[in-house]
Design a protein around this ligand. Structure first.
Ligand SMILES: Cc1cc2nc3c(=O)[nH]c(=O)nc-3n(C[C@H](O)[C@H](O)[C@H](O)COP(=O)(O)OP(=O)(O)OC[C@H]3O[C@@H](n4cnc5c(N)ncnc54)[C@H](O)[C@@H]3O)c2cc1C
Length: 527
């Protein structure tokens, strides 16, 4: 027997987007937040560098927009950027009013950091644990509100599709019971999909579940080929891939080769602070040229200042036997951020009635082909809030017509768990080898030929109500999102933003479009 729950509003995920939406909804009905693991397990808690907002005396929304558009390489949705930069500062000030302790200078003004591709200092930070501080403030805001329930270790696996829209979700509860939760409006705020790749900065929970769920239910997903690879990820064999925040380079850290020579200006005029995709490619090229690793070095900066400003990163380095302030730190790129996701309008509405999306799982178009550093926390905050407001007006009495066809699926019923035909490790290896920083047709076609039949088989099994455990659902999500990334990357025959095709190295006007997929249809729309 399937257990049943109901609420007015359902939120999947307890990162910045889900929590900010919950704050907005708390006084409008019963809110149920379902979160797959510990509530702090998402990327938000890992965000180090900070949150961008035009709050400095030398800054303006127009300048912030210009930097965002430049990084997005011709594919940003300008309306979404306008919302982000004009509303962003107010959302951040509200966080401060709620108690967010961002670092300040001796005179009490905000200590704004500079990061790659920003023209001025505009990144608010709480030492190097900014996401944790923001999540703390939002969780405190929600604590004790009688109509908000946060259920942890609730693994959402499937949308309930009825009457052409989404009426809730199915999830595995802590004890493995399959449960149905119904609501007037459901928000996908499940974060990124970095776990699709062998090398990633993303936490375990970032397996693209919300994008897979929405796609399988018939929602449109878009721009999935644009995956940001963070250049400076600590690459010590056998150790976790700790992120070394871009804020380090903002404070003067330099990339050097085996001989200790700074090399970035050989490849990019902007040097160490070029955008992430450019730095990642330059590092791999330098490594190929010298046949040796590349390093991040802060040894020329005052050691006590470095340790004081970056205590969390210094501790991560210490765990693998390195001193952040004095040692050269071996670094290489790793999958970091998904620019694409479930296609939404400016209020988080997807192409299916009843289903909303916000944060990294969504694609508002704000990042275009490449995200400007520290814009993603801001996106989660602003568009999480806006989605929460739009969800207040959702009603099941008169759903609008779906933009795409909603596809119902039976709950998993077979007692025999289905087998997916590839291991998680093999899938992540394949994605790293064939669809990472440098891509070409041969590699992408190889990945597509491997993954597409497995995904077709998975979709067939799901349509028949095949049994899946939470673990096989995870693999199913990785397979679904991985194969959609590959399909999108194969179609885009140019290089733009974070998507680099060695066989099509130029950016082409005819590709100033978005790629999108809905089940049974591929589309390409003009921007
Ligand atoms: C190491 C690191 C450093 C970063 N630094 C910065 C930075 O300095 N500045 C910046 O702007 N951005 C940064 N980012 C990116 C930024 O942190 C994320 O894009 C942002 O936090 C995403 O917020 P979110 O709410 O969309 O998702 P998340 O914070 O990832 O939350 C997703 C939530 O969904 C839950 N979930 C997932 N699947 C399911 C499921 N099936 N069922 C139920 N729940 C589910 C997760 O458990 C989690 O609670 C960083 C990312 C990483 C990984």
């Amino acid at each position: 027997m399937t257990a049943r729950l109901s609420a007015d509003f359902l939120i999947i995920g307890s990162g910045i987007a889900g929590l900010r939406a919950a704050v907005e909804l708390a006084s409008h009905g019963r809110v149920l937040v379902l979160t797959k693991s510990d509530p702090r397990a998402g990327s938000t808690g890992y965000a180090q560098g900070g949150i961008a907002a035009a709050v400095g005396p030398d800054d303006s929304p127009a300048l912030h927009a210009a930097d965002t558009l430049r990084a997005g390489d011709g594919l940003c949705d300008e309306r979404a950027v306008d919302v982000l930069v004009t509303e962003g500062a107010a959302y951040v000030r509200e966080l401060i009013d709620w108690g967010a302790a961002f670092d300040r200078r001796a005179d009490g003004s905000l200590d704004l950091a500079r990061e790659g591709a920003h023209s001025v200092r505009r990144v608010l930070h709480a030492h190097d644990a900014t996401g944790r501080e923001i999540a703390r403030v939002l969780a405190a805001r929600l604590a004790g509100l009688p109509r908000v329930e946060v259920r942890d270790h609730a693994v959402v696996v499937q949308a309930i599709v009825e009457d052409g829209g989404v009426a809730g979700v199915r999830f595995f509860d802590r004890d493995g019971t399959l449960t149905e939760a119904r609501a007037t409006a459901t928000l996908v705020a499940t974060g990124g999909a970095g776990q699709v790749y062998r090398e990633t900065t993303n936490p375990e929970v970032a397996s693209g579940d919300g994008v897979a769920l929405a796609y399988l239910a018939g929602a449109r997903v878009t721009d999935l080929e644009f995956v940001q690879f963070h250049p400076t990820v600590l690459a010590v064999p056998g150790a976790p891939r700790y992120l070394l925040s871009e804020a380090l380079r903002g404070e003067g850290a330099r990339l050097v080769n085996e001989a200790g020579e700074p090399f970035m200006t050989r490849y990019e005029p902007e040097g160490d602070l070029a955008s992430r995709d450019r730095v990642s490619r330059a590092m791999l090229r330098e490594s190929a040229r010298t046949g040796a690793p590349v390093y991040l070095s802060l040894a020329h900066l005052p050691a006590d200042v470095v340790r004081e400003r970056f205590p969390v990163i210094a501790d991560l380095c210490r765990r693998v036997g390195l001193d952040l302030a004095t040692d050269r730190l071996p670094v290489s790129p790793a999958a970091h951020y998904a620019m694409g996701g479930v296609a939404t309008d400016l209020d988080g509405r997807t192409s299916l009635p009843g289903l909303f999306a916000a944060g990294e799982a969504a694609c508002t178009g704000v990042h275009g082909a490449n995200r400007l550093a520290s814009n993603s926390l801001l996106e989660g905050l602003v568009f999480g809030g806006r989605a929460g407001r739009a969800m207040q007006g959702a009603t099941t009495d008169a759903w609008p017509a779906p933009v795409t066809r909603a596809i119902p699926a039976p709950p998993p019923s077979s007692p025999e768990p289905v087998s997916i035909g590839i291991s998680e490790a093999a899938l992540r290896d394949l994605m790293w080898t064939d669809a990472a920083v440098f891509r070409d047709r041969a590699g992408l076609q190889h990945a597509a030929d491997t993954l597409a039949p497995l995904r077709a088989e998975l979709e067939r099994a799901l349509a028949e109500g095949a049994g899946l455990t939470p673990e096989t659902w995870r693999l199913g999500s990785l397979l679904t999102v991985g194969s959609l990334i590959v399909a999108a990357a194969l179609r885009r025959e140019e290089s733009r933003g974070a998507h680099w095709r060695t066989d099509f190295p130029a950016r082409e006007g005819r590709w100033k479009t978005h790629t999108g997929f809905t089940r049974s249809r591929e589309d390409r729309e003009e921007n």
